[in-house]
Design a protein around this ligand. Sequence first.
Ligand code: C2E
Ligand code: CA
Ligand code: CA
Length: 557
Amino acid sequence: MARTSQTLSSNVSLLKSKASKHAIFGVIIAFAAIGLATLGVAFMNGSEIGFEAVIRAQKENPALWLLDAMPFIFALWGQYVSSLMAYEASAMVIDQTSELRTQTTILEQQAMRSATYDALTELPNRILLRDRLEQAILSASKKKRRLAVMIMDLDRFKEINDTLGHYNGDRLLKQVATRLQGVIQEPGTVARLGGDEFAILLPRISEVKEVGSIVGKIHKALQAPFMLDTLKLDIQASVGAALFPEHGADADTLLQRADVAMYVAKKDHSGFVVYASKHDEHSPHRLTLMGELRHAIENNHLVLHFQPKVNVKSNVVEGVEALVRWQHERHGLMPPDEFIPLAERTGLIKPLTHWVLRQSLKQCAAWRLAGLNLCVAVNLSAQGLMDMELPDTVAGLLAANDVPADRLILEITESTIMMDKDRALQILTRLADMGVRLSIDDFGTGYSSLAYLSKMPVKEIKIDKSFVMDMENNKSNSVIVRATIELGHNLGLSVVGEGVENAEVLGILDRLNCDSVQGFHLLRPIAGPAFDDWMRKAKEKGEIRVEAGNICLTPSA
Ligand code: C2E
Ligand code: CA
Ligand code: CA
């Protein structure tokens, strides 16, 4: 306030001095006019123009008296008007400046909000929750109080999302958020961590019982069916809780332990579990893996296995699919299902995908050097495909390894495409324009129509192994496989059968004109460095021939 009035008075004196300058000119002009008028009157009086004549004119002519007063009137009036205007102008400038300041503050607040609040549910996001949790820990430790943090995950949400689409999935999440807000009163916080995962912070509790009673209320609030248009949905949730100080002294440990407890609640369908150290045994991976995965990617603790894809009619190995594993110090060779979802949730999927792409193309280049015609297929997860920089990354890696674009196949699932169709189409088109081939993986597990998918620039569909594996005994699966092959061919797509575990299934797929197959019956995924070894031995045993750079399985293999 003091600064504003200081600015106002300095602005006013600045403007006033400018206006005063002009007033002085006015006064000089007025004096000049008086002089001229006096001389004029003296001249008209007929006397010679001199000092006496001028004095006489001034004494005798009342009109000149009026004129004489003018400079003083102008000077006073000028001073008055100039200071008035200076005040007005300066006040206007100050008003506008403070309006600009208010607008900037609003914009700053909006930016701050979007960084700390979830756009869909308008609940605090992970960042704000952590911040509040840290504050709460500080205050709880000072006042020797307890607090609880809970993680809640909806059961079967992925199914709902895949079946009803993302739009409806989002609508459901909003409704869940509203109900949770109803249950959790101040000073508690409900936050959305991402996907269908929510967190609840209770900064002041005295007993574990209190947490149990709040979770009871949450379950009750979720009991009434959710309405999506005319559709009624029953939603259950699993909640895990960790308490300060008994389960951890910092935000990270508490959140991780609440996550472990939630995982146990989900596994035993109990709905709610408070963390206990014995739970770590059920989920040793989950607890520590998050921190270790980044290190593993950076230090090449991941490995690629390659599974050949074989042409049914010619028996030629057309290419290999790169399947990532994690060579973990304590847990041994970990399958992708145990860490890919984690990588998706923690934002590590991008560096992971880049690692897989880099290693796959390096391997592909090595095979090319050795004179082998092998394409390499890389799996892209949902977050991996949504990366707008992916086409450029791929272009760079292809060039760096001197691998032609048509040697690379990217496998994407239908649900990934359906997550954000426009964005997927944009990225896939750029990749296809570069010459990269695109394949729809796990086909049949989503709910999208093949007619829609064929509008994407894809070349191939891979029928999910759940339909193929037992098709010799399962009538409905074999009908699905037959129909998919026919439809795929009608749409100009090449069709791959995954999960071929025996000769019978291979025979059926051959009769159904399936183009290529992949499965344990033909070849299991082989570690990169072991691939050459396998080739050498298989050649010796007569299981494969290599003709013009093509690896060809001999029919008995
Ligand atoms: P997917 O893309 O469907 O890969 C095929 C999976 O089926 C592989 O499991 C493979 O080992 C297995 N498989 C192959 N033939 C047979 C068979 O005859 N019978 C049976 N029962 N299974 C067979 P894996 O390697 O455990 O990979 C699992 C999933 O993890 C993959 O499914 C893929 O979705 C994901 N994945 C693997 N590597 C990557 C990666 O680099 N990036 C991403 N985003 N996902 C990956
Ligand atoms: Ca795949
Ligand atoms: Ca698959």
